[in-house]
Design a binder for this molecule. Structure first.
Ligand code: ARG
Length: 469
């Protein structure tokens, strides 16, 4: 069946690099080719990078001092214009690099045309992305540290509050509430460490790698790297223009962080239910229902949990984009920004409110303490007490398991069973068993490093307060 051809509108914007081609892209093609909708985000980095490149070109006598002055003032004026939202960005110019270069040439003439000396958009975009990624790492690290501090503060405020620890979401053993909170601080520290590790590979300057093979012009690569605060420069121009590992690593670090946030969010959604009643979230972080007037929903935590889906999906997209790409730069790489920016945005959104949620949340000590004797949290401690009397742990485990069944049948806790009943199950149990029963007693006896007791918690708190400042 013959279909009518869509009306093709050739572009009217003159591109600075179009000597080679005899036909212009139509509107749909221009829309496919452009990345301006996302890479506008890079404008500050693009300008800072161009200022450094121009400075180096001048120092290497590749452009005159007069050219440099014009380029600098032109780029600064363009920055002001973009800041004020006053620079038009026709999609026919494809990307932010061409938009800025064209604006510069329009503004300062021939000197503007010298900015791209010894440079390709391939090394330019790799550079901009590294500058962006470096900031993303630093901002995320600060936000994670703020969340860690909020958790440490809350852990400290919880004092001696004992709560149940869960495994399989079933009551397991008693712990200090602070110990639970500091578990998230540990996870988050690994995220900080991962970000710092990714930063090492981000903080390498690719500028001077050109399109793929470098340039015959005497650029001083170390100089631009230094001007832009990079630790070092890339070694291989092919790899430098096609490497996006640093973005994938950033995406992974963010996705892992988002997964941690989702686990915390899930825990607190559960803890805030009427059934658990362990915490009370601040109203400012909850929403109600359009139909059920009584509702207080933990929507903020649910959306924090949801952001991990976004981050994971974007990481998957990022890796999929890179898979099977031939050396070196391919235009596929233009879409890397869609994945990387979205990953960072998702985690940034979640992090931005997480610390606020933590610092405003209150534990419900009355309800927690009233429920604490449910679930025989002291059963393991009782088995351990029996082993101290010389009984093998396996035997002790069976003895206590039977006592649990008896206690359940009688509607009692282990501590409420008469001593005679305990001794009938195991002759070695003495009156000193009382000091081993009940959640509060159990918590006092934790002996190992990193356990859920008071002295271990104090040690952890001291460590974190020193580390987080
Ligand atoms: N906008 C492109 C990107 O983000 C850079 C342009 C490279 N284009 C090219 N034809 N070599 O990857």
């Amino acid at each position: 069946m013959a279909t009518k051809k869509a009306k093709k509108t050739p572009s009217k914007v003159k591109k600075s690099w179009h000597g080679r081609l005899t036909a212009e892209a139509d509107a749909e093609t221009a829309a496919l080719l452009t990345s301006l909708d996302v890479d506008q985000t890079l404008w500050r980095y693009d300008i800072v990078a161009s200022l450094a490149h121009a400075q180096m070109l001048c120092e290497q006598k590749l452009i005159t001092r007069a050219d440099l002055t014009k380029i600098k003032s032109g780029l600064r004026a363009i920055a002001g214009k973009i800041e004020a939202g006053g620079l038009t960005m026709p999609i026919e110019l494809e990307d932010i690099h061409m938009v800025i270069e064209k604006a510069l040439i329009d503004r300062v003439g021939a000197a503007g045309g010298k900015l791209h000396t010894g440079r390709s958009r391939n090394d330019q975009v790799a550079l901009d992305l590294r500058l962006w990624a470096r900031d993303a790492v630093d901002n995320s690290t600060d936000a994670v540290a703020a969340l860690q501090r909020a958790l440490v503060d809350l852990a400290e405020r919880c004092g001696d509050l004992v709560i149940p620890a869960y495994t399989h979401l079933q009551r397991a053993q008693p712990i200090l509430a602070g110990h639970n909170l500091l578990a998230y601080v540990e996870m988050l520290q690994r995220d900080v460490d991962r970000l710092a590790d990714a930063r090492k590979r981000i903080n390498v300057c690719p500028l001077g790698s050109g399109a793929v093979a470098g340039t015959s012009l005497p650029l001083d690569r170390q100089r631009t790297a230094k001007l832009l605060g990079f630790k070092t420069i890339t070694r291989n121009s092919i790899d430098a223009t096609s490497d996006r590992d640093f973005l994938a690593e950033l995406c992974f670090a963010c996705a892992m962080l988002a997964v941690h946030l989702s686990r915390w969010a899930e825990d607190w959604i559960i803890y805030s239910t009427a059934e658990f009643g362990m915490i009370e979230l601040h109203d400012a972080y909850c929403t109600s229902s359009s139909m059920m007037p009584q509702k207080k929903n933990a929507d903020t935590l649910e959306l924090i949990r949801a952001k991990s889906a976004m981050a994971i999906a974007q990481l998957t997209g990022m890796l999929t984009l890179l898979k099977g790409l031939p050396l070196a730069y391919n235009r596929d790489l233009q879409d890397d920004k869609r994945f990387a920016f979205a990953t960072v945005q998702a985690t940034t959104r979640a992090l931005a409110v997480a610390a606020g949620v933590v610092s405003t949340t209150k534990f419900n000590p009355d309800r927690i303490t009233a429920d604490l004797d449910k679930g025989h949290l002291d059963a393991t401690a009782l088995a351990e007490y029996i082993t101290t009397k010389g009984t093998p742990f396996r035997t002790a485990h069976q003895i206590v398991a039977k006592l649990v069944v008896r206690a359940d049948a009688a509607g009692k806790t282990l501590a409420e069973l008469p001593l005679a009943t305990l001794q009938a199950a195991c002759r070695k149990i003495g009156p000193d068993v009382r000091r081993h029963l009940g959640a509060a007693n159990v918590v006092k006896r934790y002996a190992t490093q990193g356990a859920a007791g008071k002295k271990q918690l104090l040690k952890q708190l001291e460590f974190w307060k020193k580390k987080l400042g």
